[in-house]
Design a protein around this ligand. Sequence first.
Ligand code: ATP
Ligand code: LTN
Length: 340
Amino acid sequence: MTMKTRVFSGVQPTGNLHIGNYLGALTQFVDLQNEGECVYCIVDMHAITLPKEPDELRDHVLDVAALYIAVGIDPKKSIVFVQSDVPGHAELAWILTCQSYTGELSRMTQFKDKSRGNESAPAGLFMYPVLMAADILLYDADVVPVGRDQKQHIELTRDLAIRVNNRLGEDTFVVPEGRFLKEGARIMALDDPTAKMSKSAESEMSRISLLDDEAKIKKAIMRSTTDSDGEIRYDIENKPGVSNLLSIYSAFSGRSIPEIERAYEGQGYGSLKKDLVEVAVDQIRPIQARYAEIRHSEALTRVLADGAERAGVIAEATMRRVKDKFGLGGGASVPSGAGR
Ligand code: ATP
Ligand code: LTN
């Protein structure tokens, strides 16, 4: 019997998902459903690394759950659940904290970026990648589809798994691989193509949210930063704005970048932008319609309850195995060998 590939990924409930999240991560989530056993998490414990209003957090969790389904994640095929519903994440995060070094955690660029300017950074922000490693290792994940910005965190997860396996045996953790797309892996801000498109950037014109209306999408694309030489050519170094528009166009339409360059030869940025608005709206509109149907439905709550139960079964088996390996636990622990 061949064991199915286990896929795990997570998204933070920190606001409306944007096309960077969609093109870098969510499209992969959907495609992988036909290849493996997929577990998709809404990582609410990561979201509290920076202060969050409780009611807002609850709303955002449901927003992301509904968007997961709206983009095509099928809860019958995949497990969709909320991180804090499964206690194993926090439990394993502590065990992994004890395997990590402050030096390697201080080198994480996301930590450096998010804590910049803070004389005393929140400890949760520092531990963020360890919790992420726990998420992944808890499900014995083979493959982790993410945007390119998460590459360093995936490397840390692999380092931790290998470090523990060297000490306690190869059967302690599955060493996961990151999966990054070619186009869409790093979508940049529309008003500043040197920064990544982000939920947390102040300017609304920097991003396109999956829930934006047509007028906003049009405005953000038409106003996006380009350059003055007028040539539609992919060149990240010298033409980051146009290159970003080409990446977005390619990821949405499925057409290759050289093909798009050829199609627009001799034309101005205006026509590229105008057509990109159409391509983006065509893709986003059906997602919004499906989102509206399910966001306030009881079915959504049932998906999360069912997901938590199914995720919990996998997590408990891993925790029994890992605690036994570390010599943790008293009467409640069982001998090694339990697992998937
Ligand atoms: P923020 O956008 O506020 O920085 P984040 O990167 O923390 O948020 P998450 O919601 O946790 O966002 O990310 C979900 C997924 O989207 C991750 O796999 C991440 O790599 C991917 N992603 C985020 N931003 C981009 C982007 N600009 N381009 C491509 N993928 C992205
Ligand atoms: N750090 C990720 C979100 C995340 C994640 C995970 C992604 C948390 N846990 C586990 C993949 C696997 C981010 O995109 N900011």
